[in-house]
Design a protein around this ligand. Structure first.
Ligand SMILES: *Cc1c(COP(=O)(O)O)cnc(C)c1O
Length: 384
């Protein structure tokens, strides 16, 4: 970022070789699902220890297909977190099931697994954890609950590419694991997603569901047993993903470096003394985040003008921030399903006070310092 330039909270970084590869695809005469998608799926499968992987047009379609693969539909309950992108809850609704929101742990901002266990009813069919900012939950405990209670797990790992639980990469173990390659994610296809599955049979069903349910036999045979949607990835997008995958290790390393610089700069600017809460550290009891985001909690209720005033002041200083996320259960649609204020106080407090600070590989250390100093000065000015 130039001194004069605006510092966004996220910025994709597509290298020249990838741009050339995309041009080649565009000139090749085959631009939709084809050899690039196959190669992308093969590389992803390698990354996830050989498990079957299929690519999709986006991470929302990926999760919806995962729910369908698990046979989840009308009358079923799926337990999830309210501190997520609304896609997580929307896909549960779109297959006809009911999202059951439970409280989060204020330190990790992820599902509180004791609350998950307490929310299980005879109608519960699946658990849908989200790894906010790339930080996994306690995966041993999650799968112990699922096994003991006979539940499927659909991991919304949209933000967690290259995150780890102990030594294992998220996606290399577990049940159905969904990733997103939307533009702001650590690696991107512009838009895209992938689903990691258990068996080749599941992968075959997923392939049908992503393209109308069509099954072809021979040169002219076609049938549909289960109607599917239209969520195949194009070769143009897959070429971007292939280029990004090659740089995954560097991207994760750079993000970890920047996060460490944030912890140092935050301490130097004395943010905690202003009532600003920091994210859990990189290695939090077995979970290693990929630093998809660096998020603080503001003392919102004590700030004149609240969070919006902080965001405006930062924007005026050339710094972009984001809100990931307002608590989903308080959106109008979910209120209509019966969810109310005050029922999930930690999630609601996080939804009101969370702020995503700029973090992307091309950022400089001086940007990190400037963000923390500006945030400190702004909060000092607005604290009442
Ligand atoms: C990005 C994201 C999604 C959805 O992915 P898309 O590719 O945008 O459809 C779902 N859940 C979470 C937590 C996300 O961050």
């Amino acid at each position: 970022m130039t001194e004069a330039g605006f510092l966004p909270f996220a910025r994709p970084d597509i290298d020249a070789a990838t741009i050339a590869a995309v041009s080649d695809v565009l000139a090749s005469g085959w631009i939709t699902t084809g050899p690039q998608v196959q190669a992308f799926e093969a590389r992803l499968s390698e990354l996830f220890g050989g498990r079957p992987v299929r690519a999709f047009a986006n991470g929302t379609a990926t999760m919806e297909v995962a729910l369908r693969l698990a046979g989840i539909g009308a009358g079923d309950e799926v337990i999830t977190t309210p501190v997520t992108w609304v896609a997580t809850a929307n896909v549960i609704v779109s297959v006809g099931a009911r999202p059951v929101f439970v409280e989060v742990d204020p330190r990790t901002r992820n599902l509180d697994l004791a609350a998950v266990e307490a929310a299980i009813t005879p109608r519960t069919r699946a658990l849908m954890p989200v790894y906010l900012a790339g930080l996994p939950v306690d995966m041993d405990r999650l799968y112990a609950i699922a096994r003991r209670r006979g539940l499927r797990v659909i991991e919304d790992a949209a933000q967690a590419i290259d995150s780890r639980w102990r030594a294992a990469r998220i996606g290399s173990f577990g049940d159905l694991v969904s990733f997103s390659f939307q533009a702001n994610k650590n690696i991107t296809c512009a838009e895209g997603g992938c689903l990691v599955m258990n068996t080749p049979a599941e992968a075959e069903r997923a392939e049908r569901l992503r393209l109308q349910g069509v099954v072809r036999t021979g040169l002219d045979g076609m049938d549909v047993e289960v109607p599917g949607g239209k969520s195949n990835l194009s070769d143009v997008h897959a070429a971007i993903g292939l280029g990004q995958l090659q740089r995954l290790k560097q991207i994760t390393q750079r993000r970890a470096e920047l996060a460490q610089q944030y912890f140092d700069a935050v301490a130097a600017a004395d943010l905690p003394s202003l009532g600003i809460e920091l994210p859990a550290p990189t290695d939090a009891g077995g979970a290693t985040t990929n630093w998809h985001m660096f998020q603080v909690l503001l003392p919102t209720d004590r700030l004149a003008g609240g969070r919006a005033a902080v965001m405006q002041a930062l924007r005026d200083a050339g710094i972009g921030t984001g809100v990931h996320y307002p608590a989903v259960h308080l959106f109008t649609y979910y209120r209509q399903l019966g969810w109310r204020d005050g029922t999930l106080p930690q999630a609601e407090r996080i939804g009101r006070s969370i702020l995503t600070l700029p973090l992307f590989p091309a950022m400089r250390s001086s940007d990190v310092e400037r963000v923390c100093q500006t945030l400190a000065a702004t909060c000092k000015r607005l604290l009442t």
